[in-house]
Design a binder for this molecule. Structure first.
Ligand SMILES: [Mn+2]
Length: 378
């Protein structure tokens, strides 16, 4: 619905937001989200920050220096925190709390291939991670408390970095604009826009982040993909080898023949789409899926679905498509043609009710259910 007003964007349409603001300029939306409950509080965030399958960080400014600690944390670490000047950040909270995932999927006016995660930071007064840049777009939603955000269009070169800090902090940040954000207010920032948020009252910021892999990262991963799927025939051969005056020389003839062999490494848009399907759905290193504790057999699985339970993607599952191919958590699924419309809908809505599908699709669904990629919800 490109021309439908989106409450999250203060009533802008997706089309207008993309044309005017996305990757272009900041946008402040007062009261973008209302009825933010149940609110996650510091105690829930602490419980996540002690887990080793959750990425967390603690940033403190103390004795005129920046300090960065990475989780998982011992619970006792949180008892030694001062009243002010620290921030606890927990990445991918949408993997663990369904209501946070629901909030993330409301940003579906941007393709899932670009959505990364919802990070939550909690800070008492004075808590900040300092003025900095990010290389990706972000929506910063205030939940509880109050935060002062300052932003600047200055370039990286103008701003310089604080020496010896454990995180990238801009040395000569000067604000162009300043706002106080209260619960429900949201600030959109394009990449490379300097920003500096300081908590005024204890509260949280939900950061809806996007992924923008670097050219180098894409190339490295694409070359790994090519290597995994490459199959070239034959060996080097030289029945017409002629005597060389210098036996230590690699001859132009040899280089020419090997150039012909390597020219057989080819790729097209289909290869790149196939690479992206796997790469973009590949779980991060610390992400693991939980197989069902007491799995249904295939008949019971089908019966459970037929009796009105919806099949829903696990919070950690990524299901994307490219043309008629589907990719889940780094793997390609061989989906029968007759079920493509159904799979397209399942991937977009992340849930599906029972439908009359081919046995191949039922088998794929059952195998992935056993891996913990999706489960039933009644
Ligand atoms: Mn940031």
């Amino acid at each position: 619905m490109k021309d439908q007003a989106i409450p999250l964007l203060g009533g802008l349409t997706a089309e207008a937001f993309l044309a005017e603001y996305w990757q272009k300029k900041p946008l402040l939306i007062r009261q973008a989200v209302q009825h933010l409950d149940p609110i996650i509080d510091f105690s829930v965030l602490k419980q996540l920050a002690v887990r080793d399958d959750v990425e967390s960080r603690l940033v403190e400014y103390r004795a005129d220096r920046w300090h960065l600690e990475k989780g998982p944390f011992r619970p006792s670490r949180f008892q030694r925190l001062p009243e002010t000047d620290w921030t606890l950040l927990v990445q991918s909270v949408n993997h663990h709390l369904p209501h946070i995932a629901d909030l993330l999927w409301r940003f579906d006016f941007i393709p899932y291939a670009r959505l990364d995660d919802l990070m939550i930071s909690y800070a008492p007064p004075g808590g900040t991670v300092g003025p900095h840049f990010d290389s990706y777009d972000v929506f910063l939603l205030q939940v509880g408390g109050k935060k002062r955000w300052q932003i600047s269009a200055q370039s990286e070169a103008e701003l310089g970095l604080v020496d010896d800090a454990p995180l990238k902090i801009l040395k000569s940040f000067v604000a162009d604009q300043t706002w106080e954000l209260e619960e429900g207010d949201m600030l959109y920032l394009p990449p490379k826009y300097a920003h500096y948020g300081v908590a005024l009252e204890p509260g949280m910021t939900y950061s809806i982040g996007f992924r923008a892999p670097s050219a180098q990262e894409l190339a490295n991963q694409f070359l790994v993909h090519l290597q995994d799927h490459l199959c070239l025939e034959g060996h080097y051969a030289d029945p017409d080898l002629s005597w060389q005056a210098n036996p230590a020389e690699i001859s132009p003839a040899m280089v020419g023949q090997i150039a012909q062999m390597l020219a057989k490494i080819e790729w097209d848009h289909h290869t790149i789409g196939d690479f992206l399907g796997r790469y973009l759905t590949e779980p991060k290193a610390h992400v693991f899926y939980d197989p069902p504790e007491d799995p249904l057999d295939e008949d019971a699985f089908l019966a459970c679905w037929q009796t009105g339970n919806a099949l829903v993607l696990d919070l950690k599952t990524q299901l994307l498509s490219y043309q008629n191919s589907f990719y889940v958590n780094g793997e390609k699924l061989e989906v029968p043609n007759k079920d493509i419309v159904w799979w397209t809908d399942f991937a977009a809505k992340r849930r599906a009710n029972y439908a009359d599908l081919s046995i191949e699709t039922v088998n794929l669904l059952y195998d992935a259910y056993l891996c913990g990629y999706w489960q039933f919800q009644n």
